[in-house]
Every structure is written in C-alpha cells, then in structure tokens.
Ligand binder design. Structure first.
Ligand SMILES: Nc1ncnc2c1ncn2[C@@H]1O[C@H](COP(=O)(O)OP(=O)(O)OP(=O)(O)O)[C@@H](O)[C@H]1O
Ligand SMILES: Nc1nc2c(c(=O)[nH]1)N=C(CO)CN2
Ligand SMILES: [Mg+2]
Length: 259
C-alpha cells in the first residue's frame, strides 16, 4: 500500500485508539538509529516470498487446529506442504509453530510475543520483521540488539532503513508484507479475528478479551478486505472467519491451490 493511501488508514486507527504520531515517529527513529546498516536487505525477504504460496499464521483460536492438521499429515503430504508454502508467523503464533517443531520462514512482530520464542526463531534463521510503534519503545531497546536477521517496519512515514508496507496488527501487516513482496497466493491460518483472543496472543497489559483488542481485530479485518480488492495474489482462509475476498478452504484443499 502506498504511503498516501496508508496515512488515511493510519489517522483513522490513531484517532480510534488514541495513539501519538510523535511517539510512533520517535519509535521509528529509535529503531532506525539502533539498526543502522545491520538490517537485512529487502531483497532477502523478496527472494523468500516472490512468486511463492504463503501461509500467514495468526494467534487466533483456530491456529492449533491448522498446525495439528499440518503436523498429523502423512510425511509426504507434510513435506509437500513445507516445501511449497512459505510460513509467516504473526508474533505470538511463532511460539505455536516452534512448539510444533516448525521453523517460521518469517516472523512479523511488534515484539510483544513470547520473547524466548522470538529469539529462538531468530536463532533458527527466521527473518524477523520488527515493527516500531509508540507503545513498544522499551521492547525495541531490549530486544533489537539481540536479533540478527532483522528487517524493520513503521506505521508512520518510512525511513531509509525502516519500511512501511501498510497493515496494522501483526497478522494483517504480515499479509501486506507478503503481497508487497510478490506472493503468488496468501492463505490465512489462525486469523480468526473476532472477539475471542487466542491463547498464543501473549497476555498484554489488558485483559485478553478487552475492547482495545476487539477494535484492533476490526481494523485488521477492514484492512484485509481492502487489500483483497486490490491485490493480484490468490487469497484463501483456513480460519473459520469470513473475510471478504478470501476464499474459505479446508486444510485438505491446501495442496489443490492452483497458481
Ligand atoms: N482471535 C485472535 N486472537 C489473537 N490474535 C489473532 C486473532 N485473530 C487474528 N489474530 C492475529 O494474530 C496476531 C497475533 O499477534 P499478537 O498477539 O502479537 O497481536 P498484536 O498484533 O501484537 O496485537 P496486540 O498489540 O494486541 O498484541 C495478531 O496481530 C492478529 O492479526
Ligand atoms: N502505537 C501503537 N501502535 C500499534 C500498537 C500499539 O499497541 N500501539 N499495536 C499494534 C498491534 O500489532 C500495531 N500498532
Ligand atoms: Mg504483537
């Protein structure tokens, strides 16, 4: 999504959730300064995703069912899925993948997922797409120096080494990133959205089913439906949620996705 289009969404989200553009911008500048030229070249991410079929794993209640289906498949099916699809984990979902013995190819995070599993994913070689905002400045200071395979994003105006592909929550931002990197198809798993917050969405400083989280999920759904109206990528959804433009499919259909 181009900046001119994204800034309209950003202002809507900022106003609804009372975010500070000053704090969001300070976080981006901090991340840019911390990372200097340590960030991975964007071509590294494009090489992983361009022309490929991607699964974006969110931390919703249906995540475990999708992972169990993948892991309980016969070995040849499991191997075919693993070789054909790029696995992108949205923050807290990275813990579920690693617990199931699956290394995410990419993790999209604002660093409020389980730190042990974020650091583990980085150590396993996952590309860590780290998002800066006004409410994770301390997490940036603590975790970014510990990460090796890092690409940076912001939700305000991009900098030379901090990108803005659009998207708001880790899950929908992951879809925007996959689309920007030229994914052939994007399938959602664990992207239930709605008001029931999945167990892998690490407890934040608010009760799990808070109104804030529900507002975030609403914006995520609106953004995904907007992306669906613009992208050339084929869009599918293993989650039970209904997201306009994403075709609901059963796990058994996953390998039937045509290019
Ligand atoms: N029902 C759900 N519960 C939790 N996460 C969900 C759900 N449906 C979709 N997701 C996706 O999984 C991602 C999990 O990441 P994470 O728990 O870190 O949330 P987040 O984006 O950082 O939001 P928050 O700031 O509230 O933590 C979310 O960004 C969201 O897009
Ligand atoms: N300022 C601010 N921005 C965000 C926040 C948040 O809590 N505060 N949470 C997000 C979810 O990934 C994305 N962006
Ligand atoms: Mg997060």
């Amino acid at each position: 999504m181009k900046w001119e289009e994204w800034v309209v969404w950003y202002n809507r989200i900022k106003d609804a959730l009372n975010y500070s553009i000053v704090d969001d911008s300070s976080a981006a500048t901090l991340l840019s300064t911390l990372i200097k030229d340590k960030a991975l070249d964007l071509e590294r991410l494009r090489t992983v995703i361009e022309g490929k079929d991607v699964i974006v794993f969110g931390a919703g209640p249906s995540l475990l069912e999708s992972l169990s289906s993948i892991c309980s498949s016969d070995p040849s099916t499991h191997a075919r899925i693993r070789s054909r699809f790029v696995f992108i984990a949205a923050d807290g979902a990275s813990r579920a993948l690693i617990e199931h013995g699956i290394r995410p190819d990419v993790v999209v995070t604002d660093l409020d997922g389980d730190h042990e599993y974020l650091l583990c994913a980085d150590a396993l070689g996952s590309i860590m797409v780290v998002h800066a905002h006004g409410d994770n400045i301390n997490l940036i200071k603590f975790l970014v120096p510990l990460l090796r395979n890092i690409i940076c994003t912001t939700q305000v105006r991009p900098l030379h080494n901090v990108h803005n592909f659009g998207g708001f929550t880790d899950g929908d931002r992951a879809v925007f990133i996959a689309d920007a990197m030229g994914a052939r198809s994007i399938t959602l798993a664990g992207m239930d959205l709605g008001s029931v917050i999945g167990q892998y969405s690490k407890p934040k400083p608010y009760p799990v089913n808070s109104s804030v989280k529900v507002v975030k999920m609403k914006f995520a759904k609106q953004l995904l439906e907007h992306l669906a109206s613009q992208t050339n990528a084929r869009l599918y959804n293993l989650s039970p949620s209904s997201i306009e433009g994403f075709t609901n499919i059963a796990y058994e259909d996953l390998l039937q996705i045509k290019d």
